[in-house]
Design a protein around this ligand. Structure first.
Ligand code: HEC
Length: 472
């Protein structure tokens, strides 16, 4: 039986939220902040709770690398991978978790550690665009069994990502003004993101501990999400005909990290890592001392257990393996022959499906891919799809040797090198950079009945950069 989790927000509930929007955080009305939100209302019924404000005042000169980032760049991501991942996690937490009301955490404008963080522009647009509580976009499908064997309902992940100062610099170069289109010259020159860029991302789901045990004791945010993704809604699974949204409580599931670290020579200077939420852990545990400072529900961020780290795609490792139904009786598979992925051996980590042949992937990610496989397709125009197939049955199966076409998705890359050199410009593993450019071009084409020459750069169809179905 499904538990009713819909909280159907009424105007009364909304006014009681009582934190008015602060105009000081947004003196310049730049890029749109979001695409979907409860009606602001009028008079007594006006919504005065927290609203997502895009952090888009990108720096124009390279910000000094703070001590935290410098320390991370000294750590050994190969030999001490799990501690490296935790250090990056804690760096991202610093000044963004304020203790108490987690709804106010990760409002990047309020960072109390004097660190600047930025969002990618142009993610508001389109049917999967940002909602107005936390800037969450609708992401990949969470098909039955993908989170645990006991998960019978499917849904979609909702997520938000952000970049530190050096990452913001690159966004500022490509997006010098909200009033003009992207300037691709720095990407064409192969500049990419500077050393010390750190990226974080949180993924949430409306699925809960009735089907996914480790989502107990959840860290919850509001989301203005599609009813067709909510198992308790009459609109459930009717996405093609029912486009309604409502306010729902969603549960933290996964955290992703990316670090531009020039020592990662096989992966265009990127190190990727991921974490899975485990609410069964005591709120205070031995993952890091940094978490002891957070009060109340703020401690729950520390229930994010490292899954692992990767700094390359292990291009020669071509025999399939897939743990299709992770669960207590089907635990995480460790492919010991991989040399560029490390998976956390801790029993605190819930069983994982991981990526193809045991490469790094998070609980919400497609098991036929890997973090770096998918992100290596970050290029404009998107002339190759992000994956060859989303269907697990069509992937090289357990023990089966993958063909060359499949292994094209598990190559290693030099800094600035595109997935399809000469046919597209690399966005340096940034999928949100790619989406910002693609969304802008699509919007302009549609709203002004025009086409851009850039749409003819290639003879191929340009692929939608999405893991889920796009519905218009
Ligand atoms: C099948 C494709 C795919 C896989 C696998 C994948 N990602 Fe992503 N990732 C994306 C896309 C697409 C976005 C842009 C946001 C969205 O989905 O709309 C993104 C966004 C991100 C962001 C925000 C910065 C950016 O690039 O825009 C981070 C950080 C990130 N992913 C890390 C990871 C990590 C770590 C893993 C592995 C645990 C991973 N991703 C696996 C496709 C993928």
């Amino acid at each position: 039986m499904k538990r009713l989790i819909s909280i159907g927000v009424t105007c009364t509930m909304l006014t009681s939220a009582a934190v008015a929007q602060n105009f000081q955080v947004e003196p310049i009305i730049g890029f749109p902040d979001f695409g979907y939100m409860e009606d602001p209302g009028t008079g007594d019924g006006q919504y005065t709770g927290p609203v997502f404000v895009l952090a888009d005042q990108y720096p124009t000169t390279m910000p000094a690398l703070d001590q935290g980032a410098q320390d991370i760049l000294q750590m050994d991501f190969m030999g001490d991978s799990i501690n490296y991942a935790v250090a990056v996690r804690d760096y991202i937490f610093e000044g963004n978790i304020r203790g108490g009301d987690v709804e106010r955490d990760f409002d990047l404008h309020l960072n109390t550690n004097n660190r600047d963080w930025y969002h990618a522009p142009w993610q508001h647009w389109g049917s999967l665009g940002r909602e107005g509580y936390h800037g969450l976009t609708r992401e990949g499908p969470l098909s039955a069994n993908v989170l645990d064997k006991t998960q019978t309902d499917s849904s979609y992940a909702y997520a938000v990502g952000f970049y530190n100062g050096p990452g913001g610099l690159t966004f500022g170069k490509v997006w010098p003004s909200a009033d003009q289109g992207p300037d691709l010259s720095s990407l064409i020159a192969g500049e990419g993101f500077p050393e010390g860029t750190i990226v974080g991302k949180f993924l949430f789901t409306v699925l809960d501990d009735t089907q996914v045990g480790y989502l107990t004791n959840p860290l919850q945010w509001n989301a203005y999400m599609y009813n067709c993704d909510v198992p308790s809604s009459p609109s459930y699974l009717k996405c093609s005909t029912d486009k309604t949204r409502s306010t729902q409580k969603i549960n933290l599931l996964q955290m992703d990290i990316m670090v531009k670290d020039s020592r990662a020579v096989d992966s265009a200077g990127w190190v990727f890592g991921t974490f899975a939420y485990n609410g069964n852990l005591p709120a205070k545990h031995d993952y890091s001392a940094a978490c002891e400072q957070y009060a109340g529900d703020g401690k729950k961020w520390c229930n994010l257990v490292p899954v692992g780290v990767m700094w390359g795609n292990d291009p020669d490792n071509n025999i399939g393996y897939l743990n299709e139904t992770p669960s207590v009786d089907s635990p995480t598979f460790f492919n010991k022959t991989l040399t560029q992925t490390v998976i956390n051996p801790s029993p605190d980590l819930p069983a994982q499906h991981l990526g193809w042949a045991g490469r790094l992937d998070g609980p919400a990610d497609n098991p036929g891919s890997s973090c770096m496989s998918c992100h290596s397709t970050g290029q404009y125009p998107a002339v190759s799809p992000i994956m060859l197939t989303f269907n697990p049955a069509e992937m090289p199966q357990n023990g089966e040797k993958a063909d060359e076409e499949w292994m094209r998705y598990f190559r290693n890359f030099k800094d600035g090198e595109a997935f399809d050199p000469g046919r597209a410009v690399s966005t340096d593993f940034s999928m949100q950079m790619l989406k910002s450019i693609q969304n802008y071009v699509e919007w302009r084409s549609q709203s002004q009945d025009g086409k851009y020459a850039v749409q003819y750069w290639t003879d191929n169809n340009v692929n939608a950069v999405t893991r889920g179905s796009v519905f218009e």
